[in-house]
Design a protein around this ligand. Structure first.
Ligand code: SAH
Length: 217
């Protein structure tokens, strides 16, 4: 069956925008097509779900701009064998996209409200290889071990050494690094045989990564 016949125009535009902005990996484009962003935004934003912009979610946080989600996902070079850590679950949208391309996703969120609603949503929608944890991405539980891929979706003023150390050999980490209320740079770190390769990619704007589990619900 052709999906195209039933694809609404705003979803066609969504795909087109991603391609035009340089997303070329078919598997990434397919994952972006498969995950319904409208399910992850607030009800009042449904009509804007396929616009290429960030939108507000509960707890004063945001669901990232689709292009940035696709770009970061592409940079991770995922395979179905990978175990992935996401810091900053938010709506759960990025985790859902990752789950289509990896074996397993662990995603950590510091707001209980967001962790609970993302967990419920992901379960209800059948993203069974995603595990949502309430926690602090600056203190990832030791027992989770190392990851093939790590993606941080909140801005860190600097990259914690403990986090890059959680990469498996040949692992890739991608994170927005920079001042909390300004422009940050997406940084990609690859674990090599001898150390770490660090590359700055593009400028982005993310909500701040803050330490500790949020006291506010
Ligand atoms: N990836 C999300 C967007 C994330 S917005 C999505 O697809 O919707 C950034 C999220 O990171 C916010 O929900 C914020 O509460 C969370 N966050 C900030 N600091 C954190 C930390 N130290 N540990 C875990 N989550 C954190």
């Amino acid at each position: 069956m052709s999906a195209k016949a039933t694809t609404p125009p705003e979803k066609m535009m969504f795909q087109l925008t991603l391609r035009r902005r340089g997303i070329s990996e078919q598997a990434v484009l397919r994952a972006m097509e498969e995950v319904p962003r409208e399910a992850f935004v607030q009800e009042r934003d449904r009509a804007d779900a396929y616009r290429d912009s960030a939108l507000g979610i509960a707890c004063g946080q945001t669901i990232s701009q689709p292009f940035v989600v696709a770009y970061m996902t592409e940079q991770l070079k995922l395979t179905k064998a990978h175990r992935v850590l996401e810091i900053g679950t938010g709506s759960g949208y990025q985790a859902a996209v990752l789950s289509r391309l990896a074996a397993h996703v662990v995603t950590i969120e510091r707001f209980r409200t967001l962790a609970d609603s993302a967990r419920r949503l992901l379960e209800a929608r059948g993203y069974h290889n995603v595990e949502v944890m309430l926690g602090d991405g600056f203190a990832v539980p030791e027992q989770l071990g190392r990851f093939d891929r790590i993606i941080v979706t909140a801005a860190m003023t600097e990259l914690p050494e403990e986090l890059v150390q959680r990469l498996e050999p040949a692992g890739i980490l991608i994170a927005p690094v920079g001042p909390h209320h300004g422009v940050q740079t997406l940084v990609r770190v690859v674990r090599t045989a001898t150390g770490f390769d660090r590359k700055e990619l593009v400028d982005v704007r993310f909500v701040p990564a803050l330490p500790g589990i949020a006291q506010q619900l």
